[in-house]
Design a protein around this ligand. Structure first.
Ligand SMILES: Nc1ncnc2c1ncn2[C@@H]1O[C@H](COP(=O)(O)OP(=O)(O)OP(=O)(O)O)[C@@H](O)[C@H]1O
Ligand SMILES: [Mg+2]
Length: 287
């Protein structure tokens, strides 16, 4: 493994990319099962973290496009290696980190789950999209969610702008979205019980203010009546509506006609039942 870089972070995970055998791999490293707090949060149990891998496997079995493939999940323990520490500090210098330096907080025998994924591009937050690109990406995300809804009752449940990555297709030059981070997602594998995260144990997630993203967690809680096990594709409707608003606010030339259309969609899409219904609507409204 060489060219190790930190490429992102979340409350629970540190995300690095590395090159090996001519391929660029991404490793998401998540401390699990310990009693030490990390980034002001308790560590997750292994069972919850492994859900992200199992959900990705179910999406893969259904041959769905537009979702990150988590190739492997490993359980490791021990200290942070020097190469990751150097990459971590470099990221903190250039991008600023909200996280603790893991090796200063965590014990020497800390357990970690390492998820190995393909590199899926840069997140929406770091893009300057024009109106055509924003419309294409929104339609494509809705289509991918609709296909996953039909195939395995998939609901992502956390589709903020940091969880949509964008890359350029090497052959066509077209921007393509990839959905990552299935930490809160729900899916129904064939002949098995649904895999989901019970958010009722996480009160803080419903208390956020100041960004439309935080309203979505409360909207989902109402739609699900606090039962996170059930299939309720309205959650995807709320996230697609949120992304329409995000695109409307963030595309270049913010006052354009498309921007206004997208901002209107943020409200009007909410009456639909699922992503499949929205796909048809977007094709009519955003020609
Ligand atoms: N496969 C990938 N390819 C490229 N970048 C990635 C990949 N996975 C994650 N990242 C980067 O790392 C960031 C954090 O990853 P991720 O969302 O999976 O972590 P998280 O801890 O679950 O985050 P949170 O819970 O805060 O949403 C992403 O926003 C993205 O910038
Ligand atoms: Mg995330």
């Amino acid at each position: 493994m060489k060219s190790i870089q930190k490429v992102g972070e979340g409350v629970f995970g540190e995300v690095f990319s590395a090159e090996g055998n001519g391929e660029r791999a991404v490793l998401k490293i998540i401390p699990v099962d310990g009693s030490t707090m990390i980034n002001s949060s308790p560590q997750k149990p292994i069972r919850e973290v492994i859900g992200e891998y199992l959900i990705s496997q179910t999406l893969k079995e259904s041959n769905l496009a537009g979702f990150c493939n988590v190739k492997a999940a490993s359980l490791c323990n021990g200290i942070y290696p020097k190469s990751l520490k150097t990459a971590w500090d470099k990221y903190a210098e250039t991008k600023e980190s909200e996280n603790d330096r893991p090796w200063e907080v965590l014990a020497k025998d800390q357990l970690y789950i390492v998820l190995q994924m393909e590199h899926c591009g840069q997140d929406l937050d770091s893009q300057q999209l024009n109106a055509t690109e924003a419309v294409y990406l929104l339609k494509q995300i809705a289509k991918n969610l609709a296909a996953a809804e039909s195939a395995c009752e998939f609901e992502h449940r956390d589709l903020h702008s940091g969880n949509v990555l964008v890359s350029r297709d090497a052959e066509t030059g077209q921007l393509e979205p990839t959905i990552i981070d299935f930490t809160l997602s729900r899916v129904k594998p064939k002949n098995e019980d649904a895999i989901y995260a019970d958010l009722e144990y996480d009160h803080e997630i419903f208390e956020g203010e100041g960004d439309p993203q935080f309203d979505v967690y409360r909207d989902m809680q109402n739609a699900l009546n606090r039962d996170w096990s059930i299939y309720q594709p309205k959650t995807s409707v709320y996230w697609i509506a949120f992304l329409a608003g995000w695109m409307g606010r963030n595309i270049a030339a913010g006052k354009s006609k498309t921007s206004r259309k997208l901002l209107d969609l943020r409200k009007t899409l909410r009456r639909y039942k699922n992503a499949n219904e929205i796909v048809d609507r977007l094709d009519i409204v955003l020609k």
